[in-house]
Ligand binder design. Sequence first.
Ligand SMILES: [Zn+2]
Length: 113
Amino acid sequence: MLDCLFCKMNSGQVPVQKVAENEHAFAIRDINPRAPIHDLIIPRVHIDSGRDFEWVHGEVLAGVFMLSKEVARLEGVWEPGYRLAFNVGDAAGMTISHLHLHLLGGRALGPEG
Ligand SMILES: [Zn+2]
């Protein structure tokens, strides 16, 4: 995608500090954190949102979840725990149309939020 911020970060066109990365995904800190730890795990391939998952994305999604484990350890939230969330669409507050997994932690998060 030519005009996608996350695709530009992946290609290096927009420089960004990465928390961690693997073959399928990279992780950055959210610029508007909702918790003491708030990182985004972003697949390298462009998938618009959770509405656009297909079976062919299976390996990419596994790469996203495997990277989330590494990020949780690096950020020190492995214990007592953390939240993984995909926002889908406007009602969920999705602001960039390139699939990304939110990792939140560093405080008691409650059942939502
Ligand atoms: Zn993209």
